[in-house]
Design a protein around this ligand. Structure first.
Ligand code: PAF
Length: 280
């Protein structure tokens, strides 16, 4: 079933809840791939009714970003979502989501200062605002997000904690192509040569993992080795390569405890992100 209006979606949520059933939400921007399917399958195990939202949210894109070009394929999305166990697709348009004007936003401070927050000002405010709206519209008991957007995952968990949303947040592991490339709707932008070059993101993360496992504790040395690898690829331009505390996202100099090794790299004109959590 497809629902396109907020009124209908909220009514559906109310009836579902009144019948004693739980709702699982997978928020997406569409162009669904196996990574999204894995989130839907998790929601399927956790809730009686699974809703997948498909909405390319304009407020989380900067003026020079790929909002207009972002890939869209509702017919393909229907097949992928239903095959993975989705019951309801919520597919609003911009007018429905934001009305003529929307004067209210949700902002999580501090956690949004670094990493993607630094290179994409306003991005996380757009994300938390739309996710907050989706929570109020779909009224889920549980919502599933992907670990590929590691910073987004922490920011949303914090928003849920700080604003007392009565929703359990599940963060699901990154799903990779057989050669290691993290699945992303933006992989579609890559030419065959760039698709090959993009493997450097995962290789750099693997290099960090092996050097930390072999006892390296100096974050600068690990980062230097990673940036060296990436710089050797002609089409690659580093946005950031960082090692941060996996909970606070604060930069670490000495690697101990749980750290997030995260990177954002342009391959040609396509900005890709990837990460790994390492526990020492
Ligand atoms: O991760 C995404 O696809 C988006 O940021 C989200 C959570 C659907 C909000 O638009």
């Amino acid at each position: 079933m497809i629902i396109t209006t907020i009124k209908e979606m909220q009514a559906f949520a109310d009836v579902t809840r009144a019948a004693g059933k739980t709702i699982g939400l997978v928020p997406t921007m569409g162009y669904l791939h196996d990574g999204h399917a894995s989130l839907i399958k998790i929601a399927r195990q956790q809730a009686d009714v699974v809703v997948t939202s498909i909405y390319v949210n304009p407020t989380q894109f900067g003026p020079n970003e790929d909002f207009a070009a972002y890939p869209r394929d509702l017919e393909g999305d229907k097949k992928t979502a239903y095959a993975a166990g989705c019951d309801v697709l919520f597919v609003p348009d911009d007018r429905e989501m934001y009305g003529k004007t929307c004067l209210t936003t949700v902002q999580v401070k501090k956690l949004t200062d670094g990493l993607c927050g630094k290179s994409r000002p306003g991005h996380f405010e757009g994300v938390t605002t739309v996710v907050g709206k989706l929570f109020n519209i779909i009224k889920p008991h549980v919502a599933v997000f992907g670990q590929k957007d590691a910073q987004q995952a922490l920011v949303i968990k914090r928003m849920v904690q700080d604003l007392n949303f009565d929703i359990r947040i599940i963060i699901a592991p990154i799903v990779r192509e057989p050669d290691g490339l993290a699945m992303s709707s933006r992989n579609k932008y890559l030419s065959p040569a760039e698709r090959q070059d993009a493997l450097v993101l995962y290789r750099a993360l693997q290099k960090a993992q092996s050097s930390i496992r072999n006892g390296e504790t100096d974050a600068a040395i690990v980062i230097q080795a990673m940036t060296g690898m990436i710089a050797a690829i002609e089409s690659a331009r580093i946005d950031y390569v960082q090692i941060v505390d996996a909970e606070t996202l604060e930069t670490v100099n000495r690697i101990q405890g749980s750290v997030l090794v995260a990177l954002a790299v342009f391959i040609g004109r396509t900005r890709l992100i990837d990460n790994i959590i390492l526990n020492n």
